[in-house]
Design a protein around this ligand. Structure first.
Ligand code: PLP
Length: 421
């Protein structure tokens, strides 16, 4: 949940108090600016607070609860797994981990998988892999990883170093070295930087990039940019690594974000939607990028039977219920409704962007209110949405959302925007 504080725009003071709930004394560290709402129960796309108020959940644990809340298949599978075996070490063979890895490689361009517990950790594994590739394959002493401006790769030290947003670095310097940044979707700038860095010989190990920047403002990648990126990386033997932590696992209307772009990465990372609300992350690699040897990387909890059973159940349920094509249909419905809202609120709203059920409603630059203000006002309309930066309202409901629930979502969003007339 490290991202929550980002979603609430912690660096600005624009986020005020919601409702009248007094802030109770707490022993929890103050790393999050939380809404004063206590959610106790959920079912499908709905959650209930401690006063019995019912909210439509278009946050889904930040694009995490793919099957919604309290899903029957997940409850059954995990109940059974808890009774059977919850955790064993990676010192032993783990059939649930084998089965999940098998499913992932059967259904993606990857050939093998490393399991961990979160998005940041998956990117840490990718960064280590990239550096090993730089040393071993390209003979670079101090390999550089290129990442995009306004990217988000997580909150561990290497992951914030990889994140192209200086406000995440402030106060935690020195950053991990070996990262350089380029403007997202800007081919000319990227080529210039690459040529400069590679002029004296190999220096770049990898490009780490989101197919669509989620946290950075719901910025979709452009296919032409990514196609050229693929060509350049292949030419230079540079690993192209996609951070699919937010877009992967069906969210964008395909299983994987790279399918939306028509470009295959050498490796990619997953987390958020993978476990349907349970902690699991993964690094997936093609065979030629599979450089890790025994002892190179490890995780105590990574890939344990419980987490893998959760993810495997999510995958099988998405398949069984045909949710990929439903995400496309519901995504189109949502997109259409949001586009109507932009027409109804021209002074407040600038546009809509996103893929599938990851959509961003972009506020006018001159608007006097922020996306966190909208998320706060939405609570009064019993709707949960989150910000992606100061001027983008992110709508990421569970993948199981139904047409009439999309309609309610849009009605509640319209009522919310009326607060800012
Ligand atoms: C959320 C997110 C992360 C970080 O994931 P955690 O599980 O919070 O560590 C990394 N990359 C992207 C693209 C994300 O959206």
């Amino acid at each position: 949940m490290a991202e929550l504080v980002d979603a609430l725009d912690s660096k600005s003071s624009a986020f005020g108090h919601v409702g009248s709930s007094p802030t109770a004394p707490t022993a929890v560290m103050g790393t999050y600016k939380r809404f004063p709402v206590t959610l106790l129960r959920g079912k499908g796309c709905w959650v209930w607070d401690d006063h019995g108020h019912q909210y439509l959940d278009a946050v889904a644990g930040i694009a995490t609860c793919s099957l919604g809340h309290s899903d029957r298949a997940l409850r059954r599978a995990l109940g059974q797994q808890l009774k059977q075996l919850q955790h064993v070490s990676n010192l032993y063979q783990i059939p649930e981990q084998e089965a999940l890895a098998h499913w992932l490689v059967e259904n993606s361009c990857a050939d093998s998988v490393f399991f961990c517990n979160s998005g940041a950790e998956a990117n840490e594994a990718a960064i280590k892999l990239a550096r090993k590739h730089g040393h071993r394959r390209r003979g670079i002493d101090r390999p550089i990883i290129l990442t995009a401006n306004s990217s988000f790769h997580g909150r561990t030290l290497a992951a914030i170093s990889a994140t192209g947003q200086p406000n995440y670095h402030k106060g935690f310097e020195p950053m991990v070295e070996g990262f350089e940044f380029f403007p997202f979707n800007d081919l000319q700038a990227f080529e210039q930087q690459l040529n400069r860095l590679e002029a004296q010989g190999p220096s770049v190990a990898a490009v780490l990039i989101e197919p669509l920047q989620g946290e950075g403002g719901v910025n979709p990648g452009e296919a032409s940019f990514f196609r050229r990126l693929r060509e350049l990386c292949s030419q230079h033997q540079i690993l192209l690594i996609f951070d699919e932590v937010q877009v992967g696992m069906g969210r964008c209307g395909h299983w994987w974000g790279y399918q939306q772009l028509g470009v295959e990465p050498d490796a990619f990372t997953l987390a958020k939607g993978l476990g349907g609300g349970h902690a699991i992350g993964a690094l997936l690699v093609k065979q030629h990028a599979d450089l890790f040897e025994p002892g190179d990387h490890a995780s105590t909890f990574g890939g344990n039977p419980f987490a893998c059973k959760a993810a495997l159940t999510v995958a099988k349920e998405i398949e069984r219920r045909g949710l990929i094509s439903k995400v496309q249909q519901r995504g189109a419905q949502l997109r259409e409704g949001l586009t109507d809202l932009v027409q109804h609120f021209p002074r407040q709203l600038k546009g809509v962007r996103g893929w599938g059920l990851l959509q961003g409603l972009v506020l006018q630059d001159e608007s006097t209110f922020t996306a966190p203000n909208v998320a706060q006002a939405a609570l009064e309309e019993k709707l949960l949405v989150i910000a992606a930066g100061p001027k983008v309202v992110r709508v990421v409901p569970p993948l199981v959302i139904k047409p009439n629930e999309i309609r309610q979502l849009l009605q509640r969003l319209e009522a919310t925007l009326a607060h800012f007339r």
